[in-house]
Design a protein around this ligand. Structure first.
Ligand code: FEO
Length: 395
């Protein structure tokens, strides 16, 4: 069922309350999500994006209840990923000749996924526009690598709406649709989690793109992303936040992250956390056992941190696979401007701390020399090294 956005613009997407995972199992969904599609009914009728493949038949049936599909003059495909293009096959079966406006790369990604369909693609570049009647037009802005090569945004003049696709989105279900109706704490948390876990690798590109969009001097009254709440109350607040987040973001927080076999490494982790609170009461301290915590939530906390302490016992001359997986993910996400320390227990060979330090450096962290390497279980002597480690992390 449609939801009214502004004047002749409606939301016709899918609110996914049941969704638990996204990108396969790589992104955890804690508060539902949505795939936002938009219907513009000016002199021309335009559909912006669709919804994920499993919902394609419901999407088309619901759309038929709202309008005669033959009235659609154009489809805009801002992005080829299947959570937004996944209903195109079902939709275009009904309206095969309707033009699809998208980037050249979107033709590749769409045909790559659904096969050559002979759809009526109209390739657009930044600055190209489409008149939609009533004195309004759509202006296209390529958003290359934000976060796929095919990504673009579409700006609607007159109503001054930026349909930003993934940018500024959140995996967060908001039945009332708008940011001013959402739980503000959850909205901010989910927007940051989305940025940290999906967009952070492209932070430098994003900074340039935000400057480029700013120079266009387009008045923006609404930012309508393809996931989560629509920003209508002070919409530029999320643009301001993105500019901060894309600039080597950090808060006064240190996160202690570890996995353990027989609790020795746990003892070190807790002692480090306690010492941070003692030395710097104003610093936020968070502690996560990787085996028990959600990895995307951990990544969001790393994103917020000025430093981390990472621990693993030595196992088979290496580190626990859970810690190795987390390090691989941090490398992908390209965090900047963060210190790190390593710690861990061992029984005989004791390679874990050195391996952690090397992998942390490889992931872009500034690794301090101070570390805690404890044989069997941490002794008072081992724990006595923690104040110096924490002082170096706080410096
Ligand atoms: Fe929401 Fe990149 O798809």
């Amino acid at each position: 069922m449609r939801k009214h956005v502004k004047n002749n613009v409606s939301w016709v997407g899918y609110i996914d309350w049941e969704l638990e995972k996204f990108h396969g199992d790589d992104y955890s969904i804690m508060n539902g999500s949505s795939q936002n599609a938009y219907l513009l009914e000016e002199e021309k009728t335009v559909l912006i994006d669709t919804v994920w493949t499993p919902h394609r038949f419901d999407f088309v049936e619901n759309l038929k209840k709202e309008i005669d599909l033959k009235k659609i003059d154009a489809v805009i495909a801002n992005h080829g990923e299947c959570d937004h293009s996944g209903s195109l096959t079902a939709l275009m079966a009904e309206i095969p000749d309707v033009p699809i406006y998208c980037t050249a790369n979107a033709v590749k990604s769409i045909e790559g996924q659904y096969g050559k369909q002979n759809w009526n693609f109209h390739i657009v570049k930044t600055g190209d526009s489409l008149e939609i009647g009533n004195g309004k037009k759509l202006i296209f802005v390529e958003m290359r690598m934000l976060h796929w090569p095919d990504s673009m945004a579409t700006y609607m003049t007159g109503d001054n709406i930026l349909f930003s696709n993934d940018a500024f989105g959140q995996h967060y279900a908001v039945e009332e649709l708008f940011n001013d109706k959402a739980n503000q704490c959850l909205l901010n948390k989910e927007a940051m989690k989305y940025f940290a876990n999906i967009l952070n690798p492209f932070a430098a590109i994003l900074t340039k793109k935000l400057e480029e969009i700013g120079k266009l001097n387009l008045p923006i009254e609404i930012i309508a992303p393809s996931h989560g709440a629509i920003w209508r109350d002070n919409p530029l607040q999320i643009v301001t936040k993105y500019a901060e987040w894309a600039n080597a973001y950090q808060e006064n927080q240190i996160t202690v992250i570890y996995d353990t076999m027989w609790e020795g490494t746990t003892k070190i982790a807790h002692a480090i956390a306690s010492e941070i609170a003692t030395q710097s009461p104003e610093t936020v301290v968070k502690v996560f056992n990787i085996a028990k915590a959600d990895k995307n939530e951990i990544m969001t906390e790393i994103f917020k941190s000025k430093a981390i302490a990472l621990g693993s016992p030595t196992v088979s001359n290496s580190i626990l696979s859970s810690v190795a997986g987390l390090l691989e993910f941090t490398k992908q996400l390209k965090f900047k401007n963060k210190k790190a320390a390593a710690f861990g227990c061992y029984g005989w060979s004791g390679e874990s701390v050195k391996i952690l330090q090397e992998k942390l450096k490889d992931s872009g962290f500034s690794v301090i020399d101070e570390n805690i390497k404890a044989m069997w279980v941490p002794t008072e002597e081992d724990l006595g090294k923690i104040p110096a480690l924490v002082t170096a992390l706080l410096a």
